[in-house]
Write a protein that binds this ligand. Structure first.
Ligand code: FES
Ligand code: FES
Length: 219
């Protein structure tokens, strides 16, 4: 049986215990250690641009450039040599607008570093013909209306010139039915070989007509 005094003690003890608990939970934690001041990182030599000298021939002229080694061939042509005929479309190797001919082979100049082309011979659209003396492929594009806005056209023409050289050299394509027979410049061959050159204006039929005409003349 509880007596009033016992009850009092119990309540007092309970209150004291609660107060102690509250006091414990409200004791502030030691202040957090002050964060060390953030220092601005000093770029390591490995991240600094590294420049390198490269010499190559563009459209018959010799050029020596000192470039950041990360410079693409496309940027070297456009920004350093001011040959803006070669176009930058996607800058990711997907549209073909930047196609140039290097040592007889067409490449996407946005996907290759300029310093990789020491001693190479590069041909851009400016090196194929001039307004007064068009290359046969340029003339055929004009005749067959192989362009609308013209943005993809330099890449299309460089690619088309190289395509006819590939066919003449007997190099088969994914569309060649017989890998041992000499490939012909058929519409299906031309469409397959030109498939890396995108034309947002959709001038594909006229482009094939233009290349076909040049192929027939050269046969
Ligand atoms: Fe090079 Fe598109 S810009 S492939
Ligand atoms: Fe306009 Fe080809 S002519 S993208």
């Amino acid at each position: 049986m509880d007596f009033p005094g016992d009850l009092d003690m119990t309540r007092r003890g309970l209150l004291l215990g609660s107060a102690a608990t509250v006091a414990m939970t409200t004791v502030p934690f030691p202040p957090p250690a002050r964060a060390a001041p953030v220092e601005t990182p000093i770029p390591s030599p490995a991240l600094s641009p590294v420049r390198s000298r490269v010499s190559f021939t563009v459209n018959g002229g010799s050029h020596t450039l000192e470039l950041d080694t990360r410079t693409t061939l496309l940027d070297a042509l456009r920004e350093h040599l001011h040959l803006t005929g070669t176009k930058k479309g996607c800058d990711h190797g997907q549209c073909g607008a930047c196609t140039v001919i290097v040592d007889g082979r067409r490449i996407n100049s946005c996907l290759t570093l300029a310093v990789m082309h020491e001693g190479d011979s590069i041909t851009t659209i400016e090196g194929l013909g001039t307004p007064g003396n068009l290359h046969p492929m340029q003339a055929a594009f004009v005749k067959h209306d192989g362009y609308q806005c013209g943005y993809c056209t330099p890449g299309q023409i460089c690619s088309a010139v190289a395509v006819l050289d590939e066919i003449k050299a007997g190099i088969p394509s994914h569309a060649s039915a017989d890998l041992t027979a000499a490939p012909q410049a058929t519409a299906i061959e031309l469409r397959e070989r030109m498939s890396g050159n995108i034309c947002r204006c959709g001038a594909y039929s006229n482009i094939v007509d233009a290349i076909t005409e040049v192929a027939r003349r050269e046969a």
